[in-house]
Design a protein around this ligand. Sequence first.
Ligand code: GTR
Length: 329
Amino acid sequence: MYSRRRILGAAVAAACVAAVPTAAVAQQKMVLKASDVHPLGYPTVEAMVRMGNKLEKATNGRLSIQMFPAMQLGGEKEMIEQAQVGALQIARISVGPMGPIVDELNVFNLPFIFRDEQHMRKVIDGPIGKELLEKVTNNPQSRLVVLGWMDAGTRNVYAKKPFTKPADLKGQKIRMMGNPIFVETMNAMGGNGISMGFSELFSAMQTGVVDGAENNPPTLVTHKHYEVAKFYSLTGHLIIPEIFVFSKASWDKLGKADQDLIRKYSREAQMEQRELWDKMVGESEAKLKAAGVQFVKVDKKSFYDATKPVREKYGAKHAALIKRIEDTK
Ligand code: GTR
């Protein structure tokens, strides 16, 4: 009896010791720094700002989000690194620069892996999307907790000239995101892929360091790239979703209730961003056309066939996952 009471006493004491820091941590006031390469008003940024407002309201100001938009904290590679060490809490980034960190994500970075945007949404909304997010969170090397997906539409090539087939891209230096898959994709498409951070792109286009780039209509409008590139060739070679991640180092300092609250609002942010996104794609296309940008129809099959070696090279070890993506109807 005596020893049982002692054991019980010890257990209670241990529980108390454990409870004190947890409670203290849960009550801590925290300003969560969030970052995005896009400016205020862009769908990804707006969804995060709204999430911050909800968080602040629900916790009476104890938790809030301080947004650093428009590359204030650097490009996406820098944002990932800052989140990994806990200098930044939330980073909204493309899956593109995440591929070198968690290899499975590279499947989404393959050219023409999705039939269209609807197909991509089906995949990220279903079991594959959930599994991949868990893979990133559970990968000790990522040091990130993924909060959700966002949309980034379809990427098409833009430059001073139209490109309807691979031969047209010969000699053209086209900026690609930092991931070898993208450089090889552009080389296979007939051009010269140049890996470059997003923050350097506008001046690189102005000074002719590159001849063009590739991206979705909202980015082309928001970052004024259309001022130096009037031809938008509808290659549709990449449909890459975005993700927003939380620093694991900072996540572990949050109480369970706060983590649950952030998860709840993250799901809402994901859905809100999608709505904002669809609206902005329509508006951006209209703005581009009004500004004299030519939307060029291309021989898509020729680009699809030309990029087959890239799908084979990088996709071979993920054959089962690719088959599941193809089978998602
Ligand atoms: C945009 C995307 C950014 C960034 C950028 C790029 O579409 O939203 O996250 O990846 O493209 O090309 O670097």
